[in-house]
Write a protein that binds this ligand. Sequence first.
Ligand SMILES: [Zn+2]
Length: 183
Amino acid sequence: MKFRLFLYWLLGRRRFFQYYTNVTPDTCSDCLALHGKIASDPSAFPERDDNCPREIISFPVWELPWYREKERRMREAAEAELRRRELFRKASELLESSPDEALRLFSEAGEIEIYLSELERLAREKSGFLQGNPGFRRKLGEVFLSAWKLKFAKPRYKVWPERMRTEREKWGKRKIQELFLAP
Ligand SMILES: [Zn+2]
């Protein structure tokens, strides 16, 4: 690695560039595909005209190993989000025809991450089915509640101030109860 860094230096590459977006349920898959990527020329990254956040960070060549490690973690997060979306999408699709399979997929998606905005949308879109199947609705609520609890035990939320974390956790718990467990 040291030799390669020296080579870059000889080639006149003093700086590298890393692409950042935010990993959220609303970030499009094209932007997620760029998250964390490193290039020697910032124009290698496409101009994007959507509402996803986009930032290109410049760093000196000798910090490349550190940024490569960061890139690895960022790629993991982006790919996990894409996997989660697919699981959630499939679960929503199977909700009425294979409710047990849907529960399993929702639970698998919830191990990766869970977002209230998606639960609200699901409750709205499937309200007819859920009203007619109170037993299933309750099970679904339990799956989401345990995923919600798991969410706040993850390292990325551990860095939040304690009080903010517990408030947010309680707020979400109430919201899930309203959506899926309230009569
Ligand atoms: Zn985008």
